[in-house]
Design a binder for this molecule. Structure first.
Ligand code: HAM
Length: 422
C-alpha cells in the first residue's frame, strides 16, 4: 500500500523560487553586517529547555505555549530553539567571551521553531536573521545596530516600513512603573483574559503585550513606561533617538511596545509593515543588560534584533532567475563521453548548463534545450565529432555558427559577453 507523507502543519518546503529569495536576504545580510564588524556564529538548533525558560521568561507566550519541547533518550528536557538570542548568550559564556571591556558582535541565520497557529507570515518553523552586540551599554551601540538593520532592509529595496521605539526602563525605575501598572490593573481584572488575570500581579508587563482584544483595548489607557523612566534612562533613549534623527531616520515612539520576551531593558524597537496582513512585525529587538549574568555569565550588557525571513519574503520583489548559459545537445551515444568532457570544461571556465544523458531525436532534444531556458544550445552531433568542432545556436535568434574545439572556449566567452542577458 502506498504511503502518503505530507509535511507537518506550519512547516514549509522551499523550492528554487523561494530559496532564491532567502539566498538574496542572506547574502545582503552578510555584506552589510561585515561593514559593521559582525561575525557569523552558528549555534545548535537544540538546547536545554531551561536555557529558554530562564532567558525568555516563564510567563511569556513563547515559553508557556509555543515551544517544541521533548525528552531525549536519557529523559532530559530539550527544546528546538524558538529564537537565537538565548543560544548565542550560552555560546558566548561557554567560550569565555563574557568579559568586561570587550565587544563581540555576532550574527546568526537559521530556522527557529514556535508552536503557533500558522497563518500568512506565521510559521511553526520560520527563519531569522539575528544580530547581537555584547559588551557595550552605550547608546551608540543601540543607534548603530538600528542603523545596520535599516541599511539591511533598504538593501532589499523594501518600502513602507516604520521604525517603532520605546524604553522599558532599568532596574531603578521599572519597579516604580510596575507598581503603577499593577494599581491600574487592580480593579480591571474581571475584564482581562484568564492568563492576564494571573499576569496582572505576577508579571504585569506581559498584560500590555497580550494579543486578546479585550486586554489590548484596556491597556490603551495604561500608564506609559517612558513617563516612569529615570534620568539615566531618559538620557539614554534621547541620545539614541538623536543619533537616529541625525542619520535622517524617522521613528515613532510606541508606548505599548514591550516586546514578547522577558529579557528586555531600556531600548526596545520593532520594524513594522502594513503590507503583510495581521503579522506586521518584520523585525524586533532591544537591549538586554542583565541577561548574560542571569544565565550564569559576567555582568555584560548587550543589544540585538532578529528579522523574520518569511515576513521579509512577503515584501521582496522576486529577483529574476539567471538563465543557464548552455544546453549541450548530443544525439548519439558514441559521442557522449566527449560531450561530457566539453561540458565539464565549460563549467570549469565558469559557465552554467546541462547536457542530455540519453540519446534521442534531434527535435525532441531541441525541445529539452528550449525547456532548460539556456541562452545557447551547443550541438555536438556526428558531423561536429568528425570535424572536431561544436555548433553554437543562439536560442533567441536561432542563428547558428560552428567553431573548432581548439578555441571554442574563447569564442563562447566572446559570444556570451556580446550577448548580455535580456
Ligand atoms: P521576536 O520579536 O520574538 O524577537 O522575533 C523576531 C522576528 O521574528 C519577528 O519580528 C518576526 O518577524 C519573526 N517571527 C517571530 N515568530 C515568527 C513566526 N512564528 N513565523 C514567522 N516569523 C516569526 C526575537 O526572537 C528576539 N530574539 C530578537 C532579539 C535578538 N532581541 C535581541 N536580540
Amino acid at each position: 500500500m502506498g504511503v502518503n507523507f505530507k509535511r507537518l502543519k506550519g512547516f514549509a518546503d522551499m523550492f528554487a523560487d523561494r530559496s532564491r529569495l532567502f539566498a538574496l536576504m542572506e547574502s545582503n545580510a552578510r555584506k552589510i553586517f561585515s561593514r559593521y564588524e559582525y561575525r557569523e556564529l552558528r549555534t545548535p538548533i537544540l538546547e536545554s529547555t531551561d536555557l529558554f525558560q530562564r532567558s525568555i521568561g516563564d510567563e511569556t507566550d513563547v515559553v508557556k505555549k509555543e515551544m517544541f519541547t521533548f525528552s531525549d533518550r536519557k529523559g532530559r528536557s530539550v527544546t528546538l530553539r524558538p529564537e537565537a538570542t538565548a543560544g548565542v548568550m550560552r555560546a558566548a559564556i561557554e567560550a569565555g567571551l563574557d568579559k568586561p571591556g570587550i565587544i563581540n558582535r555576532f550574527f546568526t541565520i537559521g530556522p527557529m521553531f514556535r508552536y503557533e497557529r500558522p497563518q500568512m507570515g506565521r510559521m511553526r518553523q520560520f527563519h531569522q536573521i539575528n544580530c547581537e552586540c555584547l559588551g557595550s551599554s552605550s547608546p551608540y551601540a543601540d543607534a548603530e545596530i538600528i542603523c545596520m538593520l535599516l541599511a539591511f532592509l533598504s538593501s532589499l529595496k523594501l518600502a513602507g516600513l516604520k521604525l517603532k521605539l520605546n524604553s522599558l526602563g532599568c532596574g531603578n525605575c521599572r519597579p516604580r512603573y510596575l507598581e503603577a501598572l499593577k494599581n491600574f490593573l487592580r480593579d480591571k481584572r474581571g475584564s482581562l483574559c484568564a492568563d492576564c488575570q494571573r499576569r496582572a500581579t505576577e508579571n504585569p508587563l506581559r498584560v500590555i503585550d497580550c494579543k486578546e482584544p479585550a486586554c489590548r483595548a484596556l491597556c490603551l489607557d495604561a500608564p506609559r513606561l517612558m513617563d516612569y523612566n529615570c534620568p539615566d534612562c531618559i538620557a539614554h533613549i534621547e541620545k539614541v533617538t538623536g543619533l537616529l534623527t541625525g542619520q535622517g531616520l524617522e521613528m515613532e515612539i510606541d508606548h505599548h511596545l514591550v516586546r514578547g520576551l522577558d529579557y528586555y531593558f531600556r531600548t526596545t524597537f520593532e520594524i513594522v509593515s502594513g503590507d503583510i496582513g495581521a503579522q506586521t512585525a518584520v523585525a524586533g529587538g532591544g537591549r538586554y543588560d542583565g541577561l548574560i549574568s542571569q544565565l550564569g555569565g559576567g555582568d555584560i550588557p548587550g543589544i540585538g534584533f532578529a528579522c523574520g525571513m518569511e515576513r521579509l519574503a512577503l515584501l521582496i520583489k522576486d529577483p529574476e532567475e539567471a538563465f543557464p548559459d548552455f544546453y549541450m545537445l548530443c544525439p548519439d551515444d558514441e559521442n557522449r563521453d566527449k560531450a561530457f568532457g566539453i561540458v565539464q570544461d565549460l563549467r570549469k571556465n565558469g559557465f552554467s548548463g546541462e547536457m542530455n544523458y540519453q540519446g534521442g531525436g534531434f527535435k525532441s532534444l531541441m525541445r529539452q534545450a528550449a525547456k532548460s531556458r539556456a541562452r545557447f544550445c551547443l550541438i555536438f552531433g556526428m558531423d561536429e565529432a568528425r570535424q572536431n568542432c561544436v555548433t553554437f545556436r543562439n536560442m533567441e535568434t536561432g542563428n547558428q555558427e560552428k567553431f573548432p574545439l581548439a578555441d571554442f572556449m574563447d569564442e563562447f566567452r566572446k559570444i556570451i559577453r556580446a550577448c548580455p542577458e535580456a
